[in-house]
Design a protein around this ligand. Structure first.
Ligand SMILES: [Zn+2]
Ligand SMILES: [Zn+2]
Length: 258
């Protein structure tokens, strides 16, 4: 079977514009849920406050989820009860993958794997994964994940602004095929969040440098996620403003074949 990634949520933490009442049972490009993504049917990246709704809408069989990668421990990316609900009743514990220095207590039916920075871990027959540090609030143990899925490299890089020097050292010449980028802030300058989140102008500056460093290549798919509804225009308008820059705005329910 062909591998794929599937976005279950593409929003930042400002849900006040989420019209939960008129999209309770469907995805809507302008009513995004908290950022999370599946790789195939067994790997979930992040499990924040909306994850169970997203799983229900996408008709995902939770019994097949074996691994949960947590980018960091902010509430829009991690919810203890939801993690334990996904793990409940499984014959084997769900594996929770996180940054090497993460400190927290244990969870029911969950095996915690603290990943050494910059080292590929074998996840399943076709998938390896690596943790790299992210530029985001340190107390949330932020990291990005580089997945190698059947030879295709997918970097899941939210939350976090720019790229840390140590992460650049690890990722240079990796020639990533799919770069999922933090695009919290919209197409304007001067936002105060520049030290923890990207804006569209920041991404425009970064992309040529990422190519120079060999982190991405000319045909890399650049997918924007963690879109803050209050800082962005409607989906179609964002998409037309970034199209010429070779970027695609992800949306809840979007599937990309690998
Ligand atoms: Zn977030
Ligand atoms: Zn965060």
């Amino acid at each position: 079977m062909k591998s794929y990634i599937k976005f279950l949520g593409t929003s930042a933490a400002d849900f006040k514009l989420l019209r939960a009442t008129d999209c309770a049972d469907r995805f809507d490009k302008n009513a995004r849920r908290a950022s999370c993504m599946m790789i195939g049917e067994s790997i979930l990246i992040d499990c924040g406050m909306h994850v169970l709704d997203s799983i229900r809408i996408a008709r995902i069989d939770t019994s097949k989820i074996t691994d949960v990668f947590v980018t960091h421990f902010h509430a829009d990316h991690f919810n203890r009860e939801h993690l334990e609900a996904i793990a409940e009743g499984k014959p084997n514990p769900v594996r929770l993958w996180c940054r090497q220095d993460t400190a927290f207590e244990s969870f029911k039916n969950v095996e915690i794997i603290r990943m050494e920075e910059g080292v590929y871990y074998h996840v399943s027959k076709d998938i390896n994964a690596m943790s790299v540090y992210a530029n985001h609030e340190d107390s949330a143990f932020p990291n990005h994940f580089l997945f190698n899925v059947n030879g295709k490299k997918v970097l899941y890089a939210t939350d976090g602004a720019w790229m840390l020097a140590r992460t650049h050292q690890i990722l240079k010449k990796k020639n990533i095929d799919i770069y999922v980028a933090d695009a919290t802030c919209g197409d304007y300058e001067g936002d105060y969040r520049f030290a923890e989140h990207n804006s569209i102008p920041m991404l425009r500056l970064m992309i040529p440098s990422l190519k120079t460093a060999g982190i991405i290549h000319d045909n890399t798919q650049i997918l924007l996620t963690h879109i803050a509804p209050s800082l962005h225009k409607p989906h179609d308008e964002i998409q037309s403003s970034v199209e010429a820059d070779g970027m695609t705005v992800a949306y809840d329910g979007m599937i990309i074949e690998l």
